[in-house]
Design a protein. Structure first.
Length: 248
C-alpha cells in the first residue's frame, strides 16, 4: 500500500527509500494505490500475476465486452525446465524450428533458445497456434539429444519422419485455428462447451452417442488391445465402458 510516508508492506523493508521512490515513479503509483509483488521462479511468477490481473479485471469491470482485442504472441522459448522430472523438455513440441540465430545455443545453453512459434490471441483466449517445423534430420536429432532422446530411440519412435527428411523436405510450417474458440469469444461465453453442438461431459462422455460404451471381445483382439480390470472393480462390469481410464 502506497502511503505518504512510504510503502506499508512486509516486503517494504527489503527496499531502500531510493528504491521505493523508483518503484512509485516507474509504476505511476500514488497514495492509496496498491502494488503487488511475487517472488519465485518464472513460471510461478507469471501464472500468479496473470491470475491476479484477471481477478481484478473481472472484479473492477475493466474489460469492455464490446471490444475485440487481437494480438500475436511470438518469441516463445523452445525449451523449459521440468522441475518434477529434473530435465529439459519442449515448451510446445519437439519438432519446432529454433531461430537461426540461436542454433549455436543447442550445445551450450538450450534454455535461451527462442522457437519459431506464433499464437493468435483474442481477449486473452488463444484462437490459433502454429509454428515453423524442423526439416533437417541432423538438427532434429540435436533437439532430440537436448531432451534426452538418443538416435536409437529417435529412430524407433520417429523413424518414418527422419527417413523422409533424409530424402529432402522443404521448409514448412502451419497454424491451426479454433473456430469454436472464436465463436466462444464473439458470443462472450465462459466455456467452449457452450458453443459446441454435442459437447462431451467433463468425464469425457458423449451423451448423444452413449459413448464410450462396451466393446466386443473380437474387436479388442483384432486391435491387440487388452483391458485390465481394477482390483476394486466388481465382477461383471465392463472396463471398456469407463470413460476416464486410459487402459492399454
Amino acid at each position: 500500500l502506497v502511503q505518504s510516508d512510504g510503502l506499508k508492506s512486509p516486503v517494504a523493508k527489503f527496499f531502500s527509500e531510493a528504491e521505493q521512490d523508483t518503484l512509485r515513479t516507474v509504476l505511476g503509483a500514488e497514495e492509496g494505490d496498491w502494488m503487488f509483488f511475487v517472488a519465485d521462479k518464472n513460471p510461478v511468477v507469471f501464472e500468479s500475476l496473470s491470475r491476479l490481473r484477471l481477478h481484478f479485471r473481472d472484479r473492477l469491470g475493466l474489460a469492455d465486452p464490446n471490444v475485440l482485442g487481437l494480438s500475436w504472441v511470438t518469441d516463445f522459448p523452445l525449451f523449459e525446465w521440468n522441475e518434477d522430472e529434473g530435465r529439459i523438455e519442449p515448451m510446445h513440441h519437439m519438432f519446432t524450428m529454433p531461430r537461426e540465430e540461436d542454433l549455436h545455443l543447442l550445445d551450450s545453453d538450450p534454455l535461451k533458445i527462442i522457437g519459431q512459434l506464433y499464437d493468435l490471441v483474442a481477449n486473452g483466449t488463444e484462437l490459433a497456434s502454429g509454428s515453423i517445423r524442423i526439416h533437417r534430420p541432423e538438427l532434429q536429432q540435436k533437439v532430440f539429444d537436448v531432451i534426452g532422446i538418443g538416435p536409437e530411440e529417435a529412430n524407433r519412435r520417429f523413424g518414418t519422419i527422419l527417413t523422409a527428411f533424409r530424402y529432402g523436405a522443404p521448409p514448412h510450417g502451419g497454424i491451426a485455428p479454433g473456430v469454436d474458440r472464436l465463436i466462444m469469444v464473439l458470443t462472450d461465453q465462459p466455456n467452449i462447451r457452450e458453443v459446441m453442438a454435442f459437447p462431451k461431459t467433463q468425464a469425457a462422455r458423449d451423451e448423444m452417442m452413449d459413448a464410450p460404451g462396451p466393446v466386443a471381445e473380437d474387436q479388442l483382439k483384432e486391435l491387440h488391445i487388452a483391458l485390465r480390470r481394477q482390483p476394486d472393480e466388481p465382477q461383471g462390469s465392463d472396463p471398456a465402458a469407463r470413460p476416464s481410464e486410459g487402459n492399454n
